[in-house]
Design a protein around this ligand. Structure first.
Ligand code: NAP
Length: 169
Protein backbone atom coordinates (compact mmCIF):
# COMPACT_ATOMS: atom_id res chain seq x y z
CA UNK A 1 0.00 0.00 0.00
CA UNK A 2 1.30 3.40 -0.95
CA UNK A 3 1.15 5.92 1.90
CA UNK A 4 1.01 9.59 0.98
CA UNK A 5 1.09 12.65 3.20
CA UNK A 6 -0.75 15.65 1.83
CA UNK A 7 -0.32 19.02 3.57
CA UNK A 8 -0.12 22.75 3.04
CA UNK A 9 2.57 24.52 5.03
CA UNK A 10 3.87 28.04 5.44
CA UNK A 11 7.52 29.03 4.97
CA UNK A 12 7.91 28.71 8.78
CA UNK A 13 6.24 25.24 8.75
CA UNK A 14 2.98 26.50 10.29
CA UNK A 15 0.00 24.37 9.24
CA UNK A 16 -2.73 25.46 11.64
CA UNK A 17 -3.99 28.05 14.07
CA UNK A 18 -6.93 27.74 16.46
CA UNK A 19 -7.92 24.47 14.83
CA UNK A 20 -8.18 25.97 11.37
CA UNK A 21 -5.98 26.99 8.45
CA UNK A 22 -4.24 30.35 9.01
CA UNK A 23 -4.71 31.35 5.35
CA UNK A 24 -7.32 31.42 2.65
CA UNK A 25 -5.87 30.00 -0.55
CA UNK A 26 -8.67 28.70 -2.78
CA UNK A 27 -6.28 27.25 -5.39
CA UNK A 28 -4.81 24.96 -2.75
CA UNK A 29 -8.21 23.92 -1.42
CA UNK A 30 -9.26 23.02 -4.97
CA UNK A 31 -6.05 21.04 -5.48
CA UNK A 32 -6.51 19.28 -2.13
CA UNK A 33 -10.15 18.36 -2.74
CA UNK A 34 -9.41 17.10 -6.27
CA UNK A 35 -6.45 15.04 -5.06
CA UNK A 36 -8.33 13.28 -2.27
CA UNK A 37 -11.60 12.78 -4.12
CA UNK A 38 -12.69 9.12 -3.83
CA UNK A 39 -9.44 8.24 -2.07
CA UNK A 40 -8.91 6.42 1.23
CA UNK A 41 -8.18 8.96 3.97
CA UNK A 42 -6.49 8.83 7.38
CA UNK A 43 -6.78 11.75 9.81
CA UNK A 44 -6.26 12.66 13.43
CA UNK A 45 -9.33 13.16 15.59
CA UNK A 46 -8.75 16.90 16.00
CA UNK A 47 -8.54 17.60 12.27
CA UNK A 48 -11.44 15.18 11.67
CA UNK A 49 -13.68 17.22 13.98
CA UNK A 50 -12.59 20.61 12.58
CA UNK A 51 -14.72 22.51 10.09
CA UNK A 52 -12.47 21.50 7.21
CA UNK A 53 -12.32 17.91 8.42
CA UNK A 54 -16.10 17.71 8.45
CA UNK A 55 -16.21 19.01 4.88
CA UNK A 56 -13.74 16.34 3.82
CA UNK A 57 -15.27 13.40 5.70
CA UNK A 58 -18.82 13.77 4.49
CA UNK A 59 -21.07 10.73 4.21
CA UNK A 60 -19.73 7.97 1.97
CA UNK A 61 -16.07 8.92 2.25
CA UNK A 62 -13.82 5.96 3.01
CA UNK A 63 -11.29 6.46 5.74
CA UNK A 64 -10.00 6.14 9.24
CA UNK A 65 -9.89 8.59 12.11
CA UNK A 66 -7.23 8.12 14.74
CA UNK A 67 -8.02 8.51 18.44
CA UNK A 68 -6.42 7.05 21.54
CA UNK A 69 -9.85 7.04 23.14
CA UNK A 70 -11.13 3.43 23.00
CA UNK A 71 -14.72 4.67 23.20
CA UNK A 72 -14.49 7.18 20.36
CA UNK A 73 -17.03 6.50 17.63
CA UNK A 74 -18.12 8.22 14.46
CA UNK A 75 -20.96 7.09 12.22
CA UNK A 76 -19.11 7.42 8.91
CA UNK A 77 -15.56 6.21 9.48
CA UNK A 78 -13.65 3.51 11.25
CA UNK A 79 -11.56 4.43 14.30
CA UNK A 80 -7.95 3.27 14.83
CA UNK A 81 -6.11 3.64 18.11
CA UNK A 82 -2.51 3.72 16.87
CA UNK A 83 -0.59 4.49 13.70
CA UNK A 84 0.11 0.78 13.23
CA UNK A 85 -3.58 -0.12 13.59
CA UNK A 86 -4.61 2.54 11.06
CA UNK A 87 -2.17 1.15 8.49
CA UNK A 88 -3.05 -2.48 9.21
CA UNK A 89 -6.78 -1.74 8.86
CA UNK A 90 -6.15 0.01 5.54
CA UNK A 91 -4.04 -2.90 4.25
CA UNK A 92 -6.73 -5.38 5.31
CA UNK A 93 -9.30 -3.46 3.31
CA UNK A 94 -7.11 -3.81 0.21
CA UNK A 95 -6.45 -0.08 -0.02
CA UNK A 96 -3.86 0.70 -2.72
CA UNK A 97 -3.20 4.31 -1.74
CA UNK A 98 -3.84 5.88 1.64
CA UNK A 99 -3.77 9.68 1.96
CA UNK A 100 -2.70 10.96 5.35
CA UNK A 101 -4.38 14.32 5.94
CA UNK A 102 -2.84 15.37 9.25
CA UNK A 103 -2.95 17.32 11.44
CA UNK A 104 0.34 18.08 13.09
CA UNK A 105 0.45 15.17 15.53
CA UNK A 106 -0.32 12.68 12.80
CA UNK A 107 2.22 14.13 10.33
CA UNK A 108 4.87 13.99 13.05
CA UNK A 109 4.26 10.29 13.67
CA UNK A 110 3.92 9.18 10.06
CA UNK A 111 6.48 11.20 8.08
CA UNK A 112 9.11 8.49 8.53
CA UNK A 113 6.70 5.80 7.29
CA UNK A 114 5.29 7.26 4.09
CA UNK A 115 6.27 6.91 0.43
CA UNK A 116 5.51 10.43 -0.75
CA UNK A 117 4.93 13.95 0.54
CA UNK A 118 2.58 16.18 -1.44
CA UNK A 119 3.22 19.60 0.04
CA UNK A 120 1.78 22.95 -0.87
CA UNK A 121 4.52 25.34 0.17
CA UNK A 122 3.13 28.81 0.81
CA UNK A 123 5.86 31.42 0.39
CA UNK A 124 4.83 33.43 3.45
CA UNK A 125 5.26 33.04 7.18
CA UNK A 126 2.17 32.84 9.38
CA UNK A 127 1.49 32.87 13.09
CA UNK A 128 0.15 29.51 14.24
CA UNK A 129 0.09 26.78 16.85
CA UNK A 130 0.53 23.63 14.76
CA UNK A 131 3.55 22.77 12.61
CA UNK A 132 4.67 20.40 9.89
CA UNK A 133 7.81 18.45 10.84
CA UNK A 134 11.05 19.62 9.24
CA UNK A 135 11.53 17.89 5.87
CA UNK A 136 15.02 16.42 6.17
CA UNK A 137 16.61 16.85 2.74
CA UNK A 138 18.95 13.94 3.43
CA UNK A 139 15.84 11.75 3.65
CA UNK A 140 13.64 13.36 0.99
CA UNK A 141 14.30 14.44 -2.56
CA UNK A 142 12.13 16.88 -4.44
CA UNK A 143 10.73 15.23 -7.58
CA UNK A 144 8.45 17.98 -8.82
CA UNK A 145 7.61 21.60 -8.14
CA UNK A 146 4.99 23.79 -9.79
CA UNK A 147 5.07 27.39 -8.63
CA UNK A 148 2.21 29.88 -8.91
CA UNK A 149 2.35 33.56 -8.22
CA UNK A 150 -0.36 35.31 -6.28
CA UNK A 151 -3.44 36.50 -8.15
CA UNK A 152 -6.75 38.18 -7.45
CA UNK A 153 -8.12 35.14 -5.59
CA UNK A 154 -4.94 33.73 -4.08
CA UNK A 155 -3.05 36.33 -2.03
CA UNK A 156 0.28 34.42 -1.66
CA UNK A 157 2.80 32.80 -3.97
CA UNK A 158 2.75 29.02 -3.50
CA UNK A 159 4.29 25.84 -4.93
CA UNK A 160 2.90 22.34 -5.28
CA UNK A 161 5.88 20.18 -4.36
CA UNK A 162 6.27 16.41 -4.36
CA UNK A 163 8.99 14.70 -2.31
CA UNK A 164 10.00 11.05 -2.47
CA UNK A 165 12.48 9.19 -0.31
CA UNK A 166 16.07 10.10 -1.15
CA UNK A 167 18.08 7.36 -2.81
CA UNK A 168 19.42 5.07 -0.14
CA UNK A 169 16.92 6.08 2.53
N1 NAP B 1 -2.28 22.82 6.59
C1 NAP B 1 -2.66 21.55 6.49
O1 NAP B 1 -2.41 20.87 5.48
C2 NAP B 1 -3.40 20.92 7.62
C3 NAP B 1 -3.93 19.63 7.47
C4 NAP B 1 -4.61 19.06 8.57
C5 NAP B 1 -4.77 19.79 9.73
N2 NAP B 1 -4.24 21.03 9.82
C6 NAP B 1 -4.35 21.80 11.07
O2 NAP B 1 -3.73 21.03 12.10
C7 NAP B 1 -4.39 21.32 13.35
C8 NAP B 1 -4.79 20.00 13.98
O3 NAP B 1 -3.63 19.22 14.23
P1 NAP B 1 -3.32 18.64 15.70
O4 NAP B 1 -1.88 18.24 15.73
O5 NAP B 1 -3.82 19.62 16.71
O6 NAP B 1 -4.28 17.38 15.80
P2 NAP B 1 -4.49 16.10 14.85
O7 NAP B 1 -3.14 15.57 14.42
O8 NAP B 1 -5.50 16.42 13.80
O9 NAP B 1 -5.20 15.09 15.85
C9 NAP B 1 -4.58 14.76 17.06
C10 NAP B 1 -5.40 13.67 17.71
O10 NAP B 1 -5.24 12.45 16.98
C11 NAP B 1 -5.24 11.36 17.87
N3 NAP B 1 -3.93 10.70 17.81
C12 NAP B 1 -2.71 11.26 17.64
N4 NAP B 1 -1.74 10.32 17.62
C13 NAP B 1 -2.38 9.14 17.79
C14 NAP B 1 -1.93 7.79 17.86
N5 NAP B 1 -0.63 7.47 17.76
N6 NAP B 1 -2.84 6.82 18.04
C15 NAP B 1 -4.17 7.12 18.13
N7 NAP B 1 -4.66 8.37 18.06
C16 NAP B 1 -3.77 9.37 17.90
C17 NAP B 1 -5.53 11.91 19.26
O11 NAP B 1 -6.94 11.94 19.39
P3 NAP B 1 -7.69 11.78 20.84
O12 NAP B 1 -7.43 13.09 21.53
O13 NAP B 1 -9.11 11.55 20.50
O14 NAP B 1 -7.02 10.61 21.51
C18 NAP B 1 -5.00 13.34 19.14
O15 NAP B 1 -5.55 14.23 20.07
C19 NAP B 1 -5.55 22.24 13.01
O16 NAP B 1 -5.15 23.57 13.21
C20 NAP B 1 -5.77 21.99 11.53
O17 NAP B 1 -6.36 23.10 10.88
C21 NAP B 1 -3.57 21.62 8.80
Amino acid sequence: MEKIIIAAKAANNVIGKDNSLPWHLPADLDFFMRTIENKFLIAGRIFFESVQGREVFHKGVKGIVMSRNKFYKSPNVQVAHSVEESLQLSEKKGVQKAYILGGGEIYQQTIALVDRLMITEIHNEFAGDTFFPEIDKSQWQEVSRITHTKDALNPYDYSFVVYEPATGR
